[in-house]
Design a protein around this ligand. Sequence first.
Ligand code: NAD
Length: 281
Amino acid sequence: MKGGPLAERVRAEVADDVRELGQVGLATVQVGEDPASTIYIRRKHEAADEAGMHSVDRKLPASISQEELVEEVAALNADDGIDGILVQLPLPRGLDDAAAVTAIDPVKDVDGVHPFNAGELYLGRPTHVPATPLGIMALLDEHRVPLDGARAVVIGRSDIVGKPIAHLLLQAHATVTICHSHTDDLARQTLDADVLVVAAGVPEIVTTDMVKSGAAVVDVGINRTESGLVGDVDPDVAKVAAFLTPVPGGVGPMTIAMLLENTVRAARFRRGLLAFPGIRG
Ligand code: NAD
């Protein structure tokens, strides 16, 4: 289940949408200089530029105060040329992730992390949904993986991957189990999975003996090891599974494509072409 071809298609559609809308703006906020975050952000900007978007890359020092960070976000909220805002998480120690994301205007929250958007998803009304889970759902759909009535197991319960993908799978009528670092006997859960989404950030936490024959396995993990970039799933799982996303080249490209799609959606909300629910009427 490669992500590249579908991601290319989504990005081409986004470029058409940007041409149609005129101008679409995406801003990222990075605090500190974590090298991995810098790479992710650069890729997002390259993709935004390629799609014809206007993009703003705010780099702030790790010494910034919480108030100054919130002011930066408020300035982007007020900037009419910016449709989507993404604050790269986690923030350096001393800064509050939750306060920073709550400062984002929910309409511009293209990472789907504001409590309003997280709540909408929880209530079964996905509005702005984090890009990685959206990319996973698009890949499963592209490969016609049946979800209605399927047993889905998610490893990981983060706000950006584990919890939102569990909700999307639930809304697609799968029977969903969420596993995490306190789960006893992971294999007992995973062996039952028709669809297995692994987002633990632990190299090769899922091995061949933990996967049911014919399962669809989505490897979200990105781990830098001495032997290079590896996922959370042993590549040998491909011998057992019907589908396995590669690392790199699986979920990663889809995440970027869906972030761009979310930014186009934000532009439509802001122009009144789509109704943004609830608090903005
Ligand atoms: P996180 O660290 O916030 O969460 C990890 C989750 O895994 C936690 O809920 C934890 O309980 C669970 N976990 C950790 N060890 C475990 C174990 N031994 N058994 C069971 N569960 C365990 O991470 P995240 O932000 O959700 O990201 C997860 C992974 O996905 C990371 O490798 C990250 O780099 C990668 N990621 C990739 C993309 C992409 O676009 N491909 C996007 C986001 C995250």
